[in-house]
Design a protein around this ligand. Sequence first.
Ligand code: AR6
Length: 171
Amino acid sequence: MTAITLVRGDITEQPVDAVVNAANSTLLGGGGVDGAIHRKGGPEILAECRALRAGRLGGGLPTGSAVATSAGRLPARWVIHTVGPVWSTKEDRSALLESCYRESLQVARDVGARTVAFPAISTGVYRWPKADGARRAVTTVRAKVAAAGAFDEVRFVVFDQDTHDAYQAVL
Ligand code: AR6
């Protein structure tokens, strides 16, 4: 059984095997969770991201995909970078958001991570509605961990009270 838990706090302080980063396609950093992870994790993470860009991810990491690097000085072993979709009222991009959770867990499983922390992907700079983001995060993770059976804990780590309430309502 995988424990699915909710914590209000800073994802960079979670002592888990893998923390998921809400990155962008360049993999070269940004604000929000991404900025916090690179700031606290140190230059080793960015160096690995640059190496990926110089190699098999020359075109960047596609939206909905995920890739692992080491976690530098974070109290984790891996950072799993994923790129959420920017919210759109014209187009339904929810399959891409769900793909972020599924692909991140697939990568986590591939590296051997048993505890994984997720931020609320796309719900900050990318403006995805918090309640819908929470519902898709929880349902997608539940389905994937039931199928994969490889995790001890998947932890949702949220910053603000609204997001916390949204996750609590779904959980
Ligand atoms: N720990 C946990 N949650 C956090 C933290 C933290 N340290 N910091 C912010 N949040 P965002 P996105 C929450 O904007 O919407 C970057 O520039 C935040 O309150 O980090 O996927 C990237 O480079 C919100 O609820 O990610 C991309 O360009 C959630 O994490 C773009 O932003 C996600 O907010 C990605 O935007």
